[in-house]
Design a protein around this ligand. Structure first.
Ligand code: C5P
Length: 415
């Protein structure tokens, strides 16, 4: 249900923090990746070791830790999440969020975040009912912060009333509802090609290239995360199939073309595969042997251009066709020419000259070439490139849906 979703769980200091341990386990059971930030007070209730063990990730807490800041600053903490969940959200943290105070890692991360936020309050009934808390909650609601609970019942302090943190199962269900509602590409179909192709010479040898499939697979993952029904046509790679994506494994360019055509109609096609330009005209059915007459004469013929074929379809051309251009010189100029030649809408141009480490590496520096404009993106991870591209695709296909933060849902309001 939450396959591939990344949740930053901020645990503040209340007795309900013990329920956050079960929350982490349940979120992970649903396939979410959970990274946790604990406040100083939270550490009085549960140990970072329990949180780290259950989340199977490092636990963050110290704003001043040089290691944390160099490895994972507070900005990246929120950027690398789909959603921030504060559970339990104490009266104190709610007050600091409302006032925009950034005096610890939890509050700073919340203030620096551009992602949707859900809070699950937990506190004594009097603290909950206090006009200060209610005013703070109203401020947060007006800013689009969603709220889950609290519930009424016996409180840890011995009193009865509103203030019990919602049960972990309920919080997980709300998170799932919230994320589904925010899927900007749901109901849309996407085709992505990825990886290299392999063109056989004989049964044991082939012509191929160094494409790792990292960028194409990340794009398929990002489109699926936005709710698109995504078909990934890929040559052989060691990349795992992204969650929620339908993989069609192929070897040759001819197979990639027919699998891509079979996936139509789609709203968007992103051709990120490194297709071999040539194949051997007639590959041998038997292994070629050294026969003393020198090397075999391999006649090469041109492969079909999959991008140009999809972009040139008359009846079922996707609304948006995006190609890639791996260039070693005059990156943008060559990409512009390629965009026209291939008839596609956008070209993602990247510099793959030796030393950039793009091929097989984790990072990429790209330029998004439109018909009239070029966006120069800074160097970023292939995953970030994929997410930014998926955002651009969503904005083009579904222009009336704004990116995060999403509108709040306020369960338990008006008790
Ligand atoms: O012509 P070039 O190989 O530089 O073009 C790169 C773009 O075209 C990429 O998007 C690639 O996936 C696509 N392409 C294709 N079929 C080919 C060659 C390239 O779809 N035979």
């Amino acid at each position: 249900m939450l396959q591939g979703r990344r949740i930053l769980l901020i645990i503040s200091g209340g007795i309900a923090a013990y329920k956050s341990l079960e929350l982490i386990r349940r979120l992970r059971d649903q396939g979410a990746a959970v990274r946790c930030v604990m406040t100083e007070a939270a550490r009085q209730f549960i140990t970072p070791l329990s949180v780290a063990s259950l989340s199977e990730d490092k636990v963050y807490g110290d704003l001043w830790s040089l290691t944390d800041e160099s490895e994972m600053g507070h900005i990246r903490l929120s950027r690398e999440a789909d959603l921030l969940v504060v559970a339990p959200a104490t009266a104190d943290l709610i007050a600091r969020m409302s006032a925009g105070i950034a005096d610890d890692l939890a509050a700073t991360t919340l203030l620096a975040s551009d992602k949707p936020v859900l809070i699950a309050p937990a506190m004594n009934a009097m603290m909950w009912a206090h006009p200060a808390t209610q005013a703070n909650l109203a401020v947060l609601a007006s800013r689009g912060v969603g709220r889950i609970g609290p519930a009424a019942g016996d409180l840890a302090c011995g009193e009865v009333g509103f203030g019990r943190m919602s049960e972990p199962a309920e919080i997980v269900a709300e998170i799932a509802r919230f994320l589904v509602k925010n899927q900007r590409l749901s109901g849309r179909r996407a085709l992505v090609t990825s990886g290299p192709t392999r063109e056989p010479i004989d049964p044991v040898r082939y012509i191929s290239n160094h494409s790792s499939g990292k960028q194409g697979h990340a794009i398929a993952a990002a489109l699926a995360a936005l709710g698109a029904e995504t078909v990934l046509v890929s040559g052989p790679t060691s990349e795992p199939t992204p969650a929620g994506v339908k993989l069609i494994g192929i070897e040759t360019a001819a197979e990639m073309l027919s699998a891509s055509e079979a996936a139509l109609p789609v709203d968007v096609a992103v051709m990120a595969a490194a297709v071999s330009d040539w194949r051997v005209a007639s590959s041998s059915t038997q292994k070629l042997k050294k026969n003393g007459k020198g090397p075999p004469n391999l006649r090469l013929v041109e492969n079909p251009d999959i991008l140009a074929s999809i972009a040139g379809r008359s009846n079922d051309r996707p609304a948006l066709v995006i190609g890639f251009a791996a260039e070693t010189e005059n990156v943008v100029a060559n990409a512009r020419a390629k965009r026209k030649r291939k008839g596609c809408d956008w070209i993602v141009a990247n510099d793959v000259s030796p030393g950039t480490g793009t091929f097989g590496g984790e990072r990429n520096t790209v330029h998004l070439v439109h018909a009239d404009t070029v966006e120069d993106w800074p160097a970023m991870s292939k995953r970030d490139v994929a997410e930014r591209l998926a955002e651009r695709i969503a904005a083009a296909l579904v222009p009336d849906t704004a990116a995060a933060p999403a509108s709040p849902r306020v369960p338990g309001a008006g008790h």
